[in-house]
Design a protein around this ligand. Structure first.
Ligand code: 3PG
Ligand code: MG
Length: 397
């Protein structure tokens, strides 16, 4: 990485605004944090700053509140968990900018940590608004981006703010970019990408960008339905992005021209509704009933995917194979996790829900690298520069 990091800058006594990605999964019923990996991953940076007597102002988003205050997306619960892990009380502010926040920052002692309220409660955040970024910048002397998982978002606290303060990378951003760069610079072949998750629209441009790097592309998860439909199969009530059918067909044609081995499910688990009480059966992709929906890949697909992945030297996995939140639709995802944990290949797990599954199954340390970024690592793999990294100061050459 050709960017300056917190090691290259004097931080002692300084007010340091650190953008982190504390967008952690919450239990739908209790609101409790179900996986705190993203919080733990920022500890090297936070402790580095604390040890040097910096005044640490943390800033994060949680969920997608779309510019309004959403009570269940307040960061108090994150502050609590961080306090436990750090062994010091982390105060959480009631807002992210303004006179009250400035006062709290003014009172912050050296080596202490303050967490601003969910930055996405302000619509200006996602708009990458300049006055908003300037208001944030006024809180601090130095800006640090340690939010690798959100660095693909050109938002005010990630991009604009870097124009108004000396801006450097945190240790997580440094580690993620170093490891991913290293793995991708010279990947062992065959190189497979295992793609899942919900949305084709989120991923299709990235899949296009990775075409010249991978030898195989295996598609499962909800987004497989759009590809299957584009091939002419009936997919019942499965969520299909109809406006992406043409794009999916084009991608499949191009992958074939490039010699990429593209694999789709040949059988799927279907359910009559999206709940744990649903009736469930396994069918060939030719026989998806009209009133049912695809919720997981089937056993034959698991076996086909496994066989393909077993012969690969590098595997990048992003996105679950089904609606894994419901136990009986999680088998495909779990089978892929177990397989990747058991083989010799270099295995890279791209963030978000994929990392959660692997962590929950206690397989994280069996993988070569588990990234805290989902969309971010995917874009990285496609060779895109991340706007949040781009915005930081360059190392002098
Ligand atoms: C993530 O979880 O993907 C990052 O925190 C970014 O969140 P977003 O996808 O809502 O922008
Ligand atoms: Mg995301």
């Amino acid at each position: 990485m050709d960017k300056l990091t917190i090691r290259d800058i004097e931080v002692s006594g300084k007010r340091v605004l650190v953008r982190v990605d504390f967008n952690v999964p919450l239990d739908e019923e209790t609101g409790a944090i179900t996986d705190d990996s993203r919080i733990r991953a920022t500890l090297p940076t936070i402790n580095y700053l604390i040890d040097r007597g910096a005044r640490v102002i943390l800033c994060s988003h949680l969920g997608r509140p779309k510019g309004r205050v959403v009570e269940k997306l307040r960061l108090a619960i994150v502050a609590q968990r961080l306090s436990q892990i750090l062994g010091q009380t982390v105060e959480v502010d009631t807002d992210s900018i303004g006179p009250e926040v400035e006062k709290a920052v003014g009172n912050l002692k050296a080596g202490k940590v303050l967490l601003l309220e969910n930055i996405r409660f302000h619509p200006e955040e996602e708009a990458n608004d300049v006055p908003f970024a300037q208001a944030l910048a006024r809180l601090a002397d130095i800006y640090v981006n340690d939010a690798f998982g959100a660095s693909h978002r050109a938002h005010a606290s990630i991009v604009s703010v870097a124009n108004y303060l000396p801006a450097v990378a945190g240790l997580l951003v440094e580690k993620e970019t170093k490891v991913l760069e290293g793995i991708l610079a010279n990947p062992g072949h065959p190189f497979a990408e295992l793609a899942g998750g919900a949305k084709v629209s989120d991923k299709i441009s990235v899949l296009e960008n990775t075409m010249d790097k991978v030898d195989s592309l295996l598609i499962g998860g909800s987004m497989a339905a759009t590809f299957l439909k584009a091939k002419g199969y009936e997919v019942g009530l499965s969520l299909v992005e109809n406006d992406k059918l043409e794009l999916a067909a084009k991608l499949m044609r191009e992958e074939a021209q490039q010699g990429v081995h593209l694999m789709l499910p040949v059988d799927v688990v279907v359910a009559d509704k999206l709940s744990a009480e649903a009736e469930v059966k396994t069918v060939s992709i030719e026989d998806v009933p009209p009133d049912w929906r695809i919720v997981d890949i089937g056993p034959q697909t698991i076996s086909n995917f496994s066989e393909e992945l077993r012969r690969c030297k590098t595997i990048f996995w992003n996105g679950p194979m089904g609606i894994y939140e419901i136990a009986q639709f999680a088998r495909g995802t779990q089978a892929m996790a177990r397989l990747l944990a058991s083989i010799e290949a270099t295995t890279i797990i791209g963030g978000g829900s994929t990392a959660e599954v692997v962590t929950e199954m206690k397989l994280a340390d069996k993988m070569t690298f588990v990234s805290t970024g989902g969309g971010a690592s995917l874009r990285f793999l496609g060779g895109e520069t991340l706007p949040g990294v781009e915005a930081l100061l360059n190392k002098k050459t």
